[in-house]
Design a protein around this ligand. Sequence first.
Ligand code: FE2
Ligand code: FE2
Length: 389
Amino acid sequence: MLLLHLSDLHLSRYGERGDWSQPDDEEGWELVHQWQRWRIEGRRDRKGRPDKLRLLDPEGVVHQGRGWPGRKDEKIISRLLALAMERHMTSAEALVTNRPTPEDLHALLRLDPTNTNLRFLQVVDQLLPLGPELIAVTGDTTDNGFGYGLLEHYLRPWIERQRLFVVPGNHDTYEMMPRRGRRARIQAKEEQYRDFTHRIGNAPNAAGAYVRRIGDIAVVGLNSCNALIGPLSAAGEVAREQLVWLHELGRDPAFQQERLRLCLVHHHLLRMPFELGRRAPIEVGMRLRNAREVMQTCSEAGIDIMLNGHRHHGYMVQLPGHPMVVSSPSSTLGCKSSDRRYVWLLDLADRHPYPVMHVFSDDPALNDDDNGDPGTTPPPAASGDDPAA
Ligand SMILES: [Fe+2]
Ligand SMILES: [Fe+2]
């Protein structure tokens, strides 16, 4: 029984990452060019000379700002237009109705290599044919609360069989910038996430967590998104009610008798002391404030494996007397500890499941045998599991 551990997909309206809020400086912008409902606007300095250009999508969100040279600005305007057209094609809605072929996807990714919506389709193309029985997504499904529909469309067979498990991430529910309307935006994001969990059958209990049983395996989902402190913090905390609930669950004989108990949480349990990565991991504003308590409660409840995301650093750690911790990199943006883009696969039929790395192939022509993954099995029912069907 194969478990595919995904995390930090950062899906968005157009596959773009960034601040999706309306800009604050609304004064003095004039329309320079329009395509569909995308706008290129310009602003002049005090002396009336061209100063800045920006590209806005139909929702009024700025995608890119540029200097405005005034004369000979056609090149910059056509670049902004090309970006608008490409973003238009890679909106979550467009990718639901028009699924690119692997070859088209490859070509689109050459134009926009970090487009998370497109990279999610790579996940769909390259990983779903492996036939995972269960799929876990440990948070940051979206970059800013948009794009759930893309996941729901392509993972529908798993949703219908109650085989998709998701927990919230800070990007799904936080609004980190301290700007006007922040409270309303937080509320809207929380509602969007709540609706999403209801649609996919992952609604939490009154404590804010859930447990689901698949055969002799229990899957627990904890919500670590609890933005208690001020701006620019992505830190989290698992609320006391959830830990009390988990403690009680651990005393339930039926739970104790499960062959395997998994627990999903977004924020990382273990801080990284190792600095082999391309970037030294920073902890400020990132941590799980009550990580020690969460780990202790999970250990006492008999959790075997903890799955987390958040840091975009992949690792697996087995500390004696504690659950094994499997930290997923971003399944779309990659791993900060290495140049590889990969996911973890766990065969839950094993007595002691061990995560196997499955590295993405950037070339759609390469088959699975070429990407160095010896541990994955061929698809048991590729046609039946085709999420596009
Ligand atoms: Fe993330
Ligand atoms: Fe995160």
